[in-house]
Write a protein that binds this ligand. Sequence first.
Ligand SMILES: Nc1ncnc2c1ncn2[C@@H]1O[C@H](COP(=O)(O)OP(=O)(O)OP(=O)(O)O)[C@@H](O)[C@H]1O
Ligand SMILES: [Mg+2]
Length: 269
Amino acid sequence: MRTWAVINQKGGVGKTTTTVSLAGHLCQRKRRLLLVDLDPHGSLTAYLGYDPDNLKTGIYSLFSAPVVNQAEVARLLLPTPLPDTWLFAASTALATLDRQMGTGHGKGLVVAQAIACVADKFEHGLIDCPPMLGILMINALAACDQLLIPAQTDYLSIKGLERMVHTLGMVEKSLGQSTPYLIVPTMFDRRTRASSDALARMREIYGYRVWGSVIPIDTKFRDASKAGLPLPQLMPRARGSQAYLELLEFLLGADEETRDARTETQRIA
Ligand SMILES: Nc1ncnc2c1ncn2[C@@H]1O[C@H](COP(=O)(O)OP(=O)(O)OP(=O)(O)O)[C@@H](O)[C@H]1O
Ligand SMILES: [Mg+2]
């Protein structure tokens, strides 16, 4: 199972949209998919038809359990409108975790352990993160193989991106691990100079870490969230759908390259 986490401390940059759209394309490819909503606002959970204010089951319960237990984890899986796609839902109670536990009480691996319990059921995992640093983001970092950082192509977003990359460096140092990340330029408006300038600046600062293409601004994303379906399901030909398809293909290709490189290293060793 490969798990990608979609993170950025900045709000409203397209994290949930990226999660949902990649999920839409993955399930069209008949991949068994696990979605994990770590945002206390529960946008992903709500998108998929559940009410995060009134959920009885959710990933929150695992944080108060003494150990992450396989049977309990399996009970948390909720079906979604997408085929072969299941959800670990967020409830608003998640917002209380940082206050209850701080970051130093050994709860950084709860999500990784939960995913490990069901890893044989799924081919892919996608984690949607909250726009803040805290125990949930740390859990996401510990649970994924690849980070995706959506960044809006505007000037303010570049400052936010700097902060995010800096935070990432600090957290990874303290966790003693490093996870590859890809910056995904979002809401690109090719008619405006501001968007092109911001994109050029992103590439200048972060080079190969920035995905070679962009997610364009597309009002159809709002229609899709109103319909409770990923845009690729609702309008496969929309520009936004096509862009996320391109992103998915890039990510799957990169995964394959990593696998090939690992096999080659093992062969040589
Ligand atoms: N490429 C796009 N073009 C147009 N609108 C978009 C695009 N991507 C996202 N949006 C819209 O922008 C808003 C914010 O997107 P989204 O909820 O995905 O951001 P987020 O980073 O998850 O936000 P939060 O930090 O609050 O969780 C939503 O209304 C979404 O429909
Ligand atoms: Mg979100």
